[in-house]
Write a protein that binds this ligand. Structure first.
Ligand code: SF4
Length: 107
């Protein structure tokens, strides 16, 4: 192995190792994220509520029944968690029993 190839190998290994160390930290940060407030301007614009049962189904654009964050295609995190990350509200947690007008069925 030439000196340049060896140097590149060491640099790539360091980057890969750093990636392994950063990932668990991101998961820990997700658990520490704040819960979204219903008064949040973006939440209000998307009609987000913590309790999906408070939404009149007739007001929903998507006619599917039993809509809440836990069965939305855009929710992230672990099944069973009360508060979970959502692709629509980066950096905030939504209630698993919540709902917003972007709700989409899982594939
Ligand atoms: Fe809940 Fe889905 Fe709206 Fe996110 S996009 S707040 S998971 S209904």
């Amino acid at each position: 192995m030439s000196k340049i190839a060896r140097r590149q190998f060491i640099q790539l290994s360091a980057v890969a190792a750093a990636g392994c160390l950063v990932r668990p930290g991101n998961e820990a940060n997700a658990q520490d994220m704040p819960k979204i407030e219903e008064s949040d301007p973006i939440a209000q614009s998307l009609k987000y509520v913590h309790d999906a049962s408070s939404v009149d189904p007739a007001q929903r654009a998507n006619p599917a029944t039993d809509q809440d964050c836990a069965n939305c295609a855009l929710v992230q995190g672990a099944d069973g968690d009360e508060w979970r990350p959502c692709q629509i509200f980066p950096g905030k947690l939504v209630n698993a029993k919540g709902w917003c007008s972007v709700w989409a069925p899982m594939a």
